[in-house]
Ligand binder design. Structure first.
Ligand code: UD1
Ligand code: MG
Length: 447
């Protein structure tokens, strides 16, 4: 059976006290919406419909990067979760499979849980609702059951004292044939304490029609929604803990796991070795056998097998390090391809550049890539020796097997095998140091 996702993301999230729509607040450097969508990928959905409302333009904009295939539908007024789902009806007009309703602000549902919901559907339940047991069920909707059959869902506001005593809660997620879901939703009215179209009412309506409704259980932690900045911080902490465990389980060495920060898309290969206090921003891939030394910050970078980065290195977007490359302390690399075995070991900035195989970049080298208006490239060949404190004024090319003398300001291309020397010639004045010292000491004495 093919699946369609209906992701609800129209709510305001007023408790975030933010100008940014709630679902775009980030966990692991990715909008929380990307977490829910990423997990649901495991269902191989044929269609994805995201219902937007508050801050909808920004959400639609973000979706072009997160899930370009998703359809965006608008819910102009937030009249309830059932009303939100109904907005997806036209978009799914020709769709004849199962609809999974997910919340954009519930990022921790696992693929395994979604798979169990899917299995319950395949095993014959018409409606599958994801529930959880809670010791502190607070204001969640309650699942009224008979054995493992679901009879109805009661919202806290509408529940009787007996119903409020139920500890089995509604996560909000459900799965049902799309056509059936829309048909039932059409019959839901607003005769409840909130005056809203409750999605949850489809459970009672389904049972009244003789359809079967089942509950699939998951851990409470999975259904954790995010409503406040404190929730967001707790979600970030949970995400980091999870990412560290996953990395360790995948054969990565984390010397001090609690000090390493991950992004949703961080990929660390087996046998990569990460020292304490390393931050992985978005878009980092580290291949197996690479070492990231302490206090390094990486984003948008690719580190190949056997490369060593840091301590105290910064890799910015477009940093491509080939096998065995070394990037040492206080080195920044941006939008630069560094070929096999090249070394940039100390105190350098390499940006908008390519560096050939086995080239050595001396301490304090700078690619002067920016003229105040435009960026320019520096191309350095293979087996080149760039002397310490070389300024490479881009656009500039240094050929294979060339050298630059220490302190050179390179403003003209250097041909292969040539040595560029561009610095003021040195003069040694015999005895001048002694005479100067004497004069200065005499001045100091008089003061
Ligand atoms: C909902 C459930 C409740 C469940 C709880 C779990 C209903 C009626 N109640 O309640 O049983 O225990 O989730 O967290 O479904 N949204 C829209 N448009 C709307 C209203 C909501 O897009 O008009 C979105 C929100 O952005 C959010 C999600 O739907 O992502 C849930 O809405 P929320 O208001 O948080 O529902 P709850 O009252 O928490
Ligand atoms: Mg809620």
């Amino acid at each position: 059976m093919s699946a369609a996702l209906i992701v609800l993301a129209a709510g305001q999230g007023s408790r975030m006290l933010s100008d940014r729509p709630k679902v775009l607040h980030e966990i692991g450097n990715a909008p929380m919406l990307a977490h829910a969508l990423g997990t649901a990928d495991a269902l191989a959905p044929e269609r994805t419909v995201v219902v937007v409302g508050h801050g909808g333009e920004a959400v639609a904009d973000a979706l072009t990067a997160i899930a370009p295939e998703a359809d965006v539908v608008w819910q102009k007024e937030q009249l309830g979760t059932g009303h939100a789902v109904l907005q997806a009806r036209a978009a799914l007009d020709k769709f004849d499979g199962d609809a999974f309703v997910l919340f954009g602000d519930t990022p921790f549902i696992t693929a395994e849980t979604l798979a169990r919901m899917d299995t319950a559907r395949k095993d014959g339940a018409d409606l599958v609702v994801l529930g959880f047991e809670s010791d502190d069920p607070a204001r969640y909707g309650r699942l009224v059951t008979d054995g493992d059959a679901l009879l109805k869902i009661v919202e806290w506001k509408d529940a009787t004292e007996t119903e409020r005593a139920i500890r089995l809660c509604n996560s909000g997620l459900m799965c049902m044939p799309a056509k059936m879901l829309f048909e039932l939703l059409e019959r839901v009215d607003t005769g409840n304490a909130a005056g809203e179209v409750y999605l949850t009412d489809v459970a009672g309506l389904a049972v009244a029609r003789g359809l079967t409704a089942k509950v699939v259980l998951c851990a409470e932690a999975e259904t954790q929604g995010i409503n406040t900045r404190a929730d967001l911080a707790a979600a970030e902490a949970a995400f980091q803990t999870q990412s560290r465990v996953r990395a360790l389980e995948a054969g990565v060495t984390l010397v001090a796991p609690d000090t390493v920060h991950f992004s949703l898309d961080t990929h660390l290969g087996r046998d990569s070795h990460v020292e304490p206090y390393v931050v992985f921003g978005p878009g980092v891939t580290v291949e197996s056998g690479a070492t990231i030394r302490a206090f390094s910050h990486l984003e948008g970078a690719h580190v190949s097998n056997g490369a060593v980065v840091g301590p105290y290195a910064r890799l910015r977007p477009g940093a491509e390090l080939a096998e065995g490359v070394r990037v040492g302390n206080f080195v920044e690399v941006k939008n630069a391809q560094v070929a096999e075995g090249a070394k940039i070991n100390h105190l350098s900035y390499v940006g908008d550049a390519s560096i050939g195989r086995a080239t050595n970049i001396g301490a304090g080298t700078i690619t002067c890539n920016y003229d105040g208006v435009m960026k320019h490239r520096t191309e350095i060949g293979a087996r080149v020796f760039i002397g310490s404190n070389t300024m490479l004024v881009a656009p500039i090319t240094v050929g294979d097997d060339a050298m630059t003398a220490t302190g050179t300001v390179v403003t003209r291309d250097v041909p292969a095998t040539a040595m560029a020397i561009g610095r003021a010639p040195q003069e040694n004045k015999q005895g001048l140091a002694t005479r100067l010292f004497e004069r200065l000491r005499a001045i100091k004495k008089k003061k």
